[in-house]
Design a protein around this ligand. Structure first.
Ligand code: BES
Ligand code: ZN
Ligand code: ZN
Length: 468
């Protein structure tokens, strides 16, 4: 989708040729109506009362316009801007342009890579004209940056949606290299040999059962001053999660090719830091492995030695995310980070707790907890806090090793918290935030997004890099 700005107030429907054109917004009484005007099909979208508009509503409104237009075979459209200046919204012009472009890009995306192209082509909005009679430079800048971020999120959605057979750890590493080409992002890939050298026993343990060997992906973006402490983003890169020998039953294995969504998110966050010229040092660490079933798989009860030196009883091979992240989190320390954020599709328990509208955020630091809630509101990647009290540390202690990857003390439920508590044992020496994005791994119909990966929480991470 190409987004451009037009300053004239008149509806430039003539500008977009003979194609079907939609014009939104308008104060239609109905939710959506299409009418014929001057021989052109015009779509009006009801926005409700102007005074009731919120940032959250605007996110879905922009998406609803684009999705509805797509569904009705429109290929080009015009957004009339004055109606976007909702008096109570208190969005600065740049933020408004950013939101519109970003959400329009997200809504236009569908994962078609493995489908035969229909004769009439994909139903995409090729061109979107946004009318801004105010000629605001800030608004134009927002549109430009928002569409860069929207595109970046869609790139991550492509990685996540790609089936596990096609998106192996090696392929994920290749993607990182490809994104870095022609940029100042430095990519280092550890294969099996380097993983052994670095004593990353947890990543090796999880990856043992698969033919496709694990990788550890390091991306370094030097946007800040030399010597300035970096923000390190760690993303779970399980390219397929069968559960291992504790194999996932029935439909629970569906969608598990997206278990590298956290990895894809941090990868694109670094790429976007470069594309937006963010003046920060940012590093992404992605432990990538396939959690497979074979005679080589590690077994429940096996004890592994992690990169930190701490030993771990693997009591459930399906709690593999926390294992690979353990090695990445202790490796992160060597960069002397000012903040480490890890992003992972870690537990179904987070979905049980929050449903599918917010990711869970867990941290020891109250200020960071508050900051992340704000970043969530501002970016559209909503997050909600859960406790990480000291009492929960009991639930990750091992019987025969230092730690166990599931509770051995009979603790029931709360996997989202014990998962985070486990990670905390490796996140030593720096401020740390954990985001369990399992709730936001896939889109739901009310998101007005294409089916499959939702691309969380890249918008939040970008905002963090800009603000922190
Ligand atoms: N990748 C899954 C979590 C998941 C489930 C993400 C559904 C997205 C949708 C993770 O590796 C897992 O299997 N977690 C277990 C942990 C348990 C064994 C402690 C879970 O949530 O059941
Ligand atoms: Zn699992
Ligand atoms: Zn998993």
């Amino acid at each position: 989708m190409q987004i451009s700005i037009q300053h004239k107030k008149s509806l430039p429907t003539d500008r977009v040729g003979g194609k079907r054109v939609f014009v939104a917004l308008d104060y239609a009484t109905k939710e959506v109506e299409t009418i014929l005007e001057d021989g052109k099909r015009i779509m009006r979208v009801g926005v409700g009362e102007r005074k009731d508009m919120t940032r959250r509503k605007l996110v879905t409104l922009v998406r609803r316009i684009v999705r509805t237009a797509k569904g009705s075979h429109f290929t080009e459209g015009v957004l009339t801007l004055p109606e976007f200046y909702f008096p109570k919204l208190k969005l600065k012009e740049e933020a408004l342009g950013f939101l519109i472009a970003q959400e329009a890009m997200l809504a236009d995306f569908d994962f078609n890579l493995f489908k035969t192209k229909p004769k009439e082509g994909w139903r995409d909005i090729e061109k979107l004209i946004v009318v801004d009679p105010k000629r605001s430079r800030a608004f134009a800048r927002g549109i430009e940056r928002g569409s860069v971020v929207g595109q970046g999120v869609n790139e991550a959605r492509i990685l996540a949606n790609t089936p596990g057979g096609d998106m192996t750890p090696e392929k994920l590493a290749e993607a990182a290299k490809k994104f870095a080409q022609g940029t100042n992002i430095r990519v280092t890939i550890f294969g099996k040999k380097e993983l052994e050298r670095e004593k990353m026993g947890a990543i090796l343990g999880v990856g043992k059962g698969a033919k496709a060997e694990p990788r550890f992906i390091i991306m370094e973006y030097p946007g800040g001053r030399r010597g300035e402490k970096p923000i390190v983003l760690v993303g779970k890169g399980i390219t397929f999660d069968t559960g291992g020998l504790n194999i996932k039953p029935g439909r629970s294995m569906n969608d598990m090719h997206m278990d590298m969504s956290g990895g894809a998110a941090v990868m694109l966050a670094v790429v976007l830091a470069h594309k937006l010229g963010i003046k920060r040092n940012v590093i992404a660490l992605i432990p990538a492995a396939e959690n497979a079933v074979s005679g080589d798989s590690h077994r429940p009860g096996d004890i592994i030695t992690s990169h930190s030196g701490k030993t771990i009883e693997v009591l459930n091979t399906d709690a593999e995310g926390r294992l690979v992240l353990a090695d990445a989190l202790s490796y992160a320390k060597k960069f002397k980070p000012k903040l480490v954020v890890d992003v992972a599709t870690l537990t179904s328990s987070s979905i049980a707790a929050l449903g599918q509208r917010a990711s869970a955020v867990l941290t020891k630091d109250e200020k960071l907890q508050k900051l992340f809630a704000e970043l969530g509101e501002e970016s559209g990647d909503y997050v909600w806090p859960l406790p990480l009290w000291e009492e929960y540390a009991e639930d990750v202690k091992g019987v025969f090793a230092d730690l166990a990857n599931i509770p051995t003390n009979g603790a029931q439920g709360g996997d989202v918290i014990s998962g985070a508590m486990f990670l905390l044992q490796f996140a030593e020496g720096y401020p740390w935030v954990h985001i369990d994005i399992a709730p936001r791994m896939t889109s739901i119909p009310s998101d007005y997004l294409g089916k499959g990966a939702a691309g969380a929480p890249i918008r939040l991470l970008v905002r963090l890099l800009e603000k922190y």
